[in-house]
Design a protein around this ligand. Structure first.
Ligand code: UD1
Length: 421
């Protein structure tokens, strides 16, 4: 199993390009199942989760053509069977995103029930309720969700989500594109990845309005066609490098990023003392050698502070000046990385879903274990601000979400190396 060996040192400094967004790419790849013609998707990040989604499409017999830049042309109409097997779903919960498209296009779908994961139980009841409201019949048996369309085609419906769910909004939005009549989604997620998915569906011929707001209206069409679509930049990858630069008192310039998708993160970085500048597709951050100041926040759905950036900010707070209070409201078990940080000399106490972080000047290198994707990124940041060596174990988590992580950190001047045990 690979590990990352980091020797903490001076400030990060340099320029990197931000990769395509994993969380936008996954639903967009699933959405190609809705189309009756080939859809070409570009700017896909080369990550395990993307490979898993491609493997899942291939396992269903869907024809696809991959080129050396990881542009993928997918012909959803060639799909031969509509089962997403346990072996693939267990490695990636986002496999559930094929449920809505398969059901809407082919009238049936069988998807292994995704289990819980390190950060919480993560149910999919809102996905299923939304599809049922459109006339789907859903049975859960032997660990599989079986969905069928007794009336041949889904019917538009008025759906109010009980909570803001990104995946639930995406699944039902995709299904509604081929349903008969109008669907209105209320309390929909407003994340930029939802907007990117909707824009891709519109390029395929879907009729969607209101995406990016809490009410999305979809007028179903009989068929969707082909298109070429370039996935949006990854705001969480971008945020992770910005925080790494801030924690190390460094400076960084990010290219190919939409600064508008990072509002809450940039506000908090400025509060930490960073000087931030941005243009249409770039952001620069400069700490001018200063130690960051502690920043408190609560994770909430977009446009508030993202749960996917909580762990990285916790690492920065561990070496910041002052005391920060961080509350995690989206997932039940997402402060686990704090225990590993304490082993590196951090001073973090956790009470329920709130962490109280008292900053120390520097951490001490130690062997640590990654428990989930963003937690592993936070341990890398902790390693960068620690004296001595930090060995981050179980980095398969990090390979699910960060393209070329060693190369990007190396180009920023970090001392980081992948070692296999
Ligand atoms: C997506 C992101 C993930 C991010 C999360 C919240 C992808 C591939 N993943 O995950 O990186 O951390 O959004 O921004 O895009 N819930 C229910 N019932 C449901 C659905 C969700 O109770 O049917 C709960 C979840 O357990 C969680 C909360 O709602 O507590 C938010 O989950 P959701 O927004 O659905 O997250 P994902 O789509 O799984």
């Amino acid at each position: 199993m690979d590990k990352l060996l980091i020797r903490g040192g001076g400030p990060l400094s340099g320029e990197i390009r931000v990769s395509g967004s994993k969380n936008a790419a996954l639903p967009i790849l699933a959405a190609t199942l809705l189309s009756s013609e080939p859809v070409r998707v570009s700017n896909l990040p080369h990550l395990h989760d993307i490979t898993t989604m491609i493997a899942l499409l291939r396992s269903m017999g869907t024809e696809l053509l991959v080129d050396e830049k990881l542009c993928v042309e997918i012909n959803g109409a060639t799909t031969k069977q509509t089962t997403a097997p346990y072996e693939l779903v267990k490695t990636m919960r986002a496999s559930i995103l094929v449920l809505g498209p398969l059901l809407a296009h082919f009238g049936r779908a069988r998807v292994s029930f995704p289990g819980g994961c390190a950060i919480g139980s993560r149910p999919v009841d809102q996905h299923l309720r939304g599809l049922e409201a459109m006339g789907a019949q859903i049975d859960v048996d032997e660990g599989y969700i079986t969905a069928t369309c007794p009336n041949g085609r889904l019917k538009g419906a008025h759906i109010l989500f009980d909570m803001v769910t990104v995946g639930g909004t995406e699944n039902v939005l995709m299904a509604a594109c081929l349903a008969e009549g109008r669907t209105v989604l209320e309390n929909a997620a407003r994340e930029p990845e939802i907007i990117d998915l909707a824009n891709c569906l519109i390029a395929m011929g879907a009729k969607i309005s209101g995406h990016g707001s809490a009410t999305i209206t979809i007028d179903g069409v009989e068929k969707l066609g082909g298109c070429s679509y370039s996935v949006m930049p990854d705001r969480i990858e971008a945020g992770t490098y910005l925080v790494a630069a801030a924690a190390t008192r460094g400076n960084i310039k990010l290219r190919d990023i939409d600064p508008n998708t990072l509002d809450a993160v940039l506000v908090k970085l400025e509060e930490a003392g960073a000087k931030i500048e941005h243009g249409e597709d770039w952001i620069s951050l400069d700490m001018e050698g200063r130690r960051p100041k502690a920043v408190s926040f609560k994770t909430v759905p977009y446009p508030g502070f993202p749960t996917d950036m909580q762990a990285q900010f916790t690492a920065m707070n561990a070496v910041a000046e002052g005391v920060a209070k961080v509350s995690e409201t989206i997932f039940e078990n997402r402060l686990i990385q704090t225990h590993e940080m304490n082993r590196m000399g951090a001073n973090i106490s956790v009470d329920g879903n709130t962490a109280l972080i008292t900053g120390t000047e520097r951490l001490k290198g130690a062997p640590v274990m990654a428990s989930d994707l963003r937690a592993s990124a936070s341990l890398v940041i902790a390693g960068l601000v620690a004296d001595g060596e930090t060995l981050v174990d179980r980095i398969y988590h990090i390979d699910r979400g960060y393209e070329c992580i060693e190369e990007k950190f190396l180009s920023l001047g970090a001392d980081i190396r992948r070692v296999s045990s």
